[in-house]
Design a protein around this ligand. Sequence first.
Ligand code: NAP
Length: 251
Amino acid sequence: MTNRRHRGEVALVTGANKGIGRETARRLAAEGVTVYLGGRDEERGEKAARDLAGDAADVRFLQLDVTDQAQIDDAVKQVDEAFGRLDILVNNAGVAIEWGTAVDQVTVEQMRRTYEVNVFGVVAVTSAFIPLLRRSPAARVVNLSSALGSLTLLSDPEQLVTSVGLLAYSSSKTALNSLTVLYAHALREDGILVNAANPGFVATDLNDHRGQLTIEQGADLPVQLALLGAGGPTGTFLGRHDNEEQEVVPW
Ligand code: NAP
């Protein structure tokens, strides 16, 4: 257990029943943060929250499918009633559903299903929680993006990311990067920091565990950005480009 510098803060991590989100929730709770662990499946989410809670870690399951507005509204109500504010929002929930489909074969339906979670879900959750984020003295929002969303890297044939070719997933993360910059600008005056994190290529269910990094390594940056102090950077895109050391990722 760490020194619990962030005791008393309240966080929501979406899609946190497994993978990078679960590890991010675990680490924030270890810092003394009360963590709402968002998950769309009640049984798996409750189990993850139970497994992480204990040793004074305060982890609470929150039923939250980011594509379900009624669940989002209920989630805001629950956090509002319990704390009246939100200090940290980690938009982690994400899907990649088109593996093995060539760029010219991706369907509009695949695009829609991907954008529903990776783009519209982020807007729905963020917008709904902005009033509670505004009530925090120094709120932070972290968006889980990807090097695959970087137009600069995707335009350079020398870059590894150009060989991946996930039309729906990549473009959804580009849109998420745009949301990051726009929210960062709009919320700057409220002191709310909004940043995008590329966790690196992490072995999770999302990529059938082909990633080279562990979930512990993948959660390093999201946790760091979630714990930024007041006046920290906003509107940035940081990450582990090519799994090297942390650096600014070009948009
Ligand atoms: P993961 O293990 O597959 O976890 C994804 C999480 O998102 C799961 O908890 C999943 O819930 C949840 N989710 C999916 N649709 C949802 C919805 N409609 N509502 C709420 N939750 C939903 O993948 P991961 O690798 O940890 O990914 C976490 C984030 O990191 C994603 O945004 C991903 O794009 C990003 N990222 C990952 C990598 C990588 O190499 N792994 C690289 C760059 C960025 P269920 O269990 O119910 O499906």
